[in-house]
Design a binder for this molecule. Sequence first.
Ligand code: ADP
Ligand code: MG
Length: 308
Amino acid sequence: MSSSKRPSRDPEAGASEYIIDAEGVVVRFGEKTAVDGVDVKVLPGEIYGLLGPNGAGKTTTIRVLTTLQTPTAGRISVGGLPMPSENKGIREKIGIVQQMISLDKDISVRENIICHGYFQKVPKADIMRRMDSISSAMGLTPFLDSTVVRLSGGWQRKTSIACALMHDPEILFLDEPTAGLDTQSRHMLWDMIRQLNKAGTTIFLTTHYIEEAESLCNRVAILNGGRMAALGSPRELCDGIGRFAVEHNNEDHTRSYRYFSDWDGAKAFAAGFGDDESVVLRKTSLEDVFLELTGRKVTADFVKVVRI
Ligand SMILES: Nc1ncnc2c1ncn2[C@@H]1O[C@H](COP(=O)(O)OP(=O)(O)O)[C@@H](O)[C@H]1O
Ligand SMILES: [Mg+2]
């Protein structure tokens, strides 16, 4: 599906080890600050996820990193090339799959992919060969002659990804790749993203699905209100608030959560509730981290969270 050309670096561009290296990104729309001083540092070969609730600034961030949105402030390089002077070169190194499907729904999958190949200036002689190999690797071959409108959401999304891969990008940007899809399609796309990554493509994705970030990403950045709230592997983030969770009902029917770094401490705390059947002792999940950082009431133990 992918060549072995990556990662290629421009030695002139400096010594950054990051394939995406952005510092202090700010985006303002009039009075509204959508992105408020965000750093993004992605290593070659990673699957890096930007996780955040609706309105957190994920799409705006991905639009900046893909040259589609000019930031109000920030120093950014992608694929070793600085923005904005090398935007054209950056676009050649990246594939973009936007949240809103940007296919022509009235023509076939084949025609969409070919058009995209021309659009990306893939040499004419290579277009059919690339289309065949990408379609075959993605299981799209049986659908090539279907009009897009007849495909399910999952296969439409796969078609968008096939289009974005026609020029063999080093980095693939996916904005909410599985939003609105059923569970089966979601898992199909996750497998495909993993395969692409194994073949050498760096993946930057945004999602508001915690499970997606937990299952796919080597590192997850949690974005909230335009700011980075935390960064780490799913495991590191869970360890940051405490590896073990105790939850229990309160008298007013709300639920409380406490996190502990050691099992004995969690067990002792849970034991303090006697035979209260609402008490659950379990491992901390990324969902706990996400909710602690983006909404759920902060507890005393919260200060242990890895903050950046
Ligand atoms: N073009 C725009 N003009 C004004 N406000 C915008 C524009 N684009 C996004 N916003 C606002 O910026 C915030 C972040 O939006 P967005 O990046 O789309 O968030 P997300 O993708 O995390 O849901 C939201 O409050 C949104 O309404
Ligand atoms: Mg969005």
